[in-house]
Design a binder for this molecule. Structure first.
Ligand SMILES: [Mg+2]
Length: 389
C-alpha cells in the first residue's frame, strides 16, 4: 500500500551570520577575500511538514527564490508530498512569468520527504550510478588583498596547492572589471604552472566587455589546453549565436547555460550549437526533478551535464548521473576555506579540505538529502521564521 504524506504547512526560516575576512565585490556583489573586513549575509532554510510526521528540510537558494515561496505554499497545502512531477508541471505553468522562482527549493524539500518516508537516500530513489565524485577546486573571485588571490602568481600558487591536496581540476574565477592584459596574464600563469597536471577551467563570470575580448582570452585557453571556458563576456552567457561563433574560432570546449532558465531553453541552446558542456543547477532548474530531466535530455544528445556548485542535494543528484565529470567544490580560497555557514550536522562540509587524497567526496547515505541540518546552529542564528498553513 503506497503511503501518501499530505503537506500540512510550509516554513521559511531566515538565518543571519557574520563571516570574517570577506568584503562585497562592488560590481557583481558577491563576497571576496579581504582580511579584517566582515560581512553578515542572510540565507534560508525551507521546511515542508506533512501529516506523516515527516518534514522535508532544505538549506539553499537565494532571497529572490524565497520571496516566491509563500505564493506557492497555498498550492502545496493538502497535496500529496510525493506528487513531485505534478508539482513540477503545475509550478512551471503557475510561474511562467516569474522565471520559475521558488519551485526548485520546494522540489528539493519534497525529495527529502520521499527519502525519509522510504528510509533511503535520494540517490537510491533516483537510481544510483556512483558513490564517489571527483572534484574541482572552484576559487573565490580574485581579490586585491596582498595575502589573497590578488596576482597571477598567487592564483597559480593556489592551483598548485589544490593539486597537492589531491584535486584533479581547478577553476579560476578571475577579477571583475580589470584590464584584459591582466586577465590574460592570470590565465597564462595558471596554464604555464599546471597544464598537463590537472584539468583547468576558466569562469570569468561574464566580466569581459566584448566578444572580441572573449576571443582573445579563449586563444590563451587554447594555448594551455584548458578543459573548459565558461560564461566569458557581457552577453551574460545567454546568446547561443555568439557562443556558436566563439566555438568556431577557438578550440577550448565551451560551458554555457548557467544563466538559461528551463529545460526546453537549455535544449534549444544546445541544439543551436551554443555550447559543448551543459550547466545545470538544482536551485535554478526546477530542483532535483528538473536537474535530472536536464541530465537525461543532455544524455540523449550524447553530452555531459555539469552540476553547479556544492551541497548535499548536488551530491545526491550527481550520484545518479553517468554523464557528469566534476563536483564543483566551492567556492574555495587559500586563506578562507569556505564562505558557507556550518548548517549541517554529522561533520558534513563543502570546503577546500573536504576531499580525500584522490580528490573525491562521497555521496551521503542518510535518508533524504543524506545529511541532517544542525538545528542548534540554525536556531541560534534565526532572524525570521514564517509559517504558512
Ligand atoms: Mg559559473
Amino acid at each position: 500500500m503506497a503511503k501518501s504524506p499530505i503537506v500540512t504547512s510550509v516554513e521559511i526560516i531566515q538565518i543571519e551570520y557574520e563571516i570574517p575576512d570577506l568584503a562585497i565585490e562592488p560590481i557583481i556583489g558577491i563576497p571576496i577575500y579581504q582580511k579584517g573586513s566582515s560581512i553578515t549575509p542572510k540565507s534560508h532554510v525551507l521546511r515542508i511538514n506533512t501529516d506523516a510526521g515527516i518534514s522535508g528540510e532544505y538549506y539553499g537558494g537565494n532571497a529572490v527564490e524565497y520571496a516566491a515561496i509563500p505564493g506557492l505554499a497555498s498550492r502545496l497545502i493538502g497535496k500529496n508530498a510525493l506528487d513531485r512531477e505534478l508539482f513540477y508541471n503545475d509550478a512551471k505553468q503557475a510561474l511562467r512569468q516569474q522565471a520559475g522562482m521558488g519551485r526548485s527549493q520546494i522540489d528539493i524539500a519534497l525529495w527529502d520527504i520521499a527519502g525519509k518516508l522510504f528510509d533511503a537516500p535520494v540517490h537510491q530513489l533516483l537510481g544510483t550510478y556512483r558513490k564517489e565524485l571527483p572534484c574541482y577546486a572552484s576559487t573565490y573571485i580574485a581579490d586585491f588583498d596582498p595575502d589573497g588571490l590578488s596576482s597571477a602568481e598567487a592564483m597559480a600558487d593556489f592551483a598548485e596547492q589544490c593539486f597537492e591536496l589531491g584535486y584533479p581540476g581547478f577553476k579560476i574565477h578571475p577579477w571583475m572589471g580589470q584590464p584584459l592584459d591582466k586577465q590574460i596574464e592570470m590565465v597564462a600563469a595558471v596554464g604555464k604552472r599546471m597544464a598537463g597536471k590537472m584539468d583547468l577551467m576558466l569562469d570569468p563570470v561574464c566580466t569581459y566587455e566584448t566578444f572580441g575580448d572573449a576571443v582573445k582570452v579563449g586563444k590563451v585557453c587554447d594555448e594551455w589546453g584548458y578543459y573548459w571556458y565558461e560564461d566569458p563576456f557581457r552577453d551574460s552567457g545567454v546568446s547561443a549565436f555568439a557562443h556558436k561563433k566563439l566555438r568556431e574560432i577557438i578550440s577550448t570546449p565551451i560551458l554555457q547555460t548557467e544563466h538559461i532558465r528551463g529545460l526546453e531553453q537549455h535544449v534549444d541552446f544546445v541544439l543551436a550549437d551554443g555550447t559543448d558542456f551543459v550547466r545545470g543547477d538544482p536551485d535554478y532548474d526546477g530542483g532535483i526533478t528538473g536537474l535530472m530531466k536536464l541530465a537525461h535530455a543532455v544524455e540523449g544528445l550524447g553530452l555531459d551535464l555539469e552540476v553547479h556548485v556544492a551541497g548535499p542535494d548536488r551530491r545526491q543528484t550527481m550520484g545518479a548521473m553517468r554523464n557528469s565529470n566534476f563536483y564543483e567544490m566551492g567556492l574555495v580560497h587559500p586563506k578562507h576555506p569556505s564562505m558557507r555557514p556550518p548548517v549541517y550536522a554529522d561533520g558534513y562540509v563543502d570546503d577546500l579540505y573536504a576531499i580525500d587524497k584522490n580528490g573525491m567526496v562521497s555521496v551521503p547515505d542518510g535518508p533524504g538529502l543524506g545529511v541532517p541540518l544542525d538545528w542548534d546552529y540554525i536556531d541560534a542564528h534565526t532572524t525570521d521564521h514564517a509559517v504558512y498553513d
